[in-house]
Design a binder for this molecule. Sequence first.
Ligand SMILES: Cc1cc2nc3c(=O)[nH]c(=O)nc-3n(C[C@H](O)[C@H](O)[C@H](O)COP(=O)(O)O)c2cc1C
Length: 429
Amino acid sequence: MSVPEEVMIDRGVAAQSRIDEIIAGRFACRDFSGAPVGRGTIEQILRVARFAPSGANIQPWRVYVLAGAAKERVSAALREAHETARDEHVSEYSYYASDLPEPYLQRRQAFGQLFYSSLGIAQTDTEARSAQTAKNYAFFGAPVGLIVTIDRRLQVGSWLDLGMFVQNVLLAAAGHGLQSCPQETFSRYHRILRPLLSIPAEQMVVCGISIGRARDETRGRLMPRADIAEFAAFAGFEDQCATEVEKDTAMGSREDLIQSSIPFLREVKDMTPGAEMERWLNETYGEDSQLYRHLARLIKRGVEEGWAANQEVDGPNYRRSRILEPTPDTFQFSITAVYMNSTDPRRFKDEDDHDVLRGQYHGHPYGELNLVVPLDKGAELKGLQGWQGPGWTAPDPGSRHYPEVRGGAVIALFYLPAGRISYDFAAPS
Ligand SMILES: Cc1cc2nc3c(=O)[nH]c(=O)nc-3n(C[C@H](O)[C@H](O)[C@H](O)COP(=O)(O)O)c2cc1C
């Protein structure tokens, strides 16, 4: 069996869940495409971000959301101030310690080197650096800019809460395929922002946030991170029972599979399985899509950890198990996995004389959505439209067939409307 494919998020570090991917996929984007982002999307991002925790639930955040002409007005005023009177403006709070101790000083220096060399700017070139700073005030070309404030009467603890809220905004944006950049540099121009945005006197400008689509999606994160050994100390884990820990890990990935399936099932719940839907699934959620990769990774893990396809139908090479019965949360789809390996025993030869594992004849009263995950290179599952490698099949309502696998081992993760599948039909003679 081949090694499960993982999404790499850093050198040698793999994402283990969708939230891992989102957190590690976010980066400070400083070049946006300018493609519009609607008010509804930003409202949804803020609606989700407000679930940030805060001490005693005081929710100290305040946000001014700018787009279009309102954003342009702010940008123009700040750019002018940056060009003509930058020394007259100072932030109302200190972001950095004036005397940075190690290792922070060295990290800040490394940031400067990486950042400016990635832009082709010499660190000594003050004019080019100033022009780069000016781009902050145009929200780096993003269609939406946020100005974040906090009540100045609150203490440092509330700033912790605010940080969590800001991070939630960035992550919720990433969940919509949007990138972002938090920007403390806006705090410097609070005297200009205050009248422009009618910010009350007790509110202090903390930062801005640019949100939009990255011009170059493939650019990704530039800044490295210190290893966990540099900032975390562990104690007491050796006392934990190994089998209990394994059980906990398995429960986590099964739940992740269910939760990750729900947005997909919401999207497809009113579609009808068949050739057309199969084409759509392969185009929209084919093997290179995030959804395919994520579900494939989880179901492979499920088979390895023994919580998926763990009941023998006919020996160890043909196993199946239902992961979840239909529930309102899954729009009444069930979730099942089957593992089939054609290498042994040899059950059947297909028209091209390949060894094929032929499974139980069955029918789909309401159709089926079936994610095909080959474990061996070249392994395939036979769908109604032909042999299918990594991707999807979507047998129509009322269809009946033998499941067949060739070329090695395949996991099929299938979603059944109302959980219906029948093994009671007589196979054609
Ligand atoms: C609160 C906060 C303020 C920041 N302010 C700015 C800023 O004013 N301008 C800017 O270009 N980047 C700013 N950044 C982005 C950081 O430089 C960036 O997060 C850091 O270098 C790590 O890179 P990454 O976010 O791409 O992983 C800020 C980040 C944070 C968290």
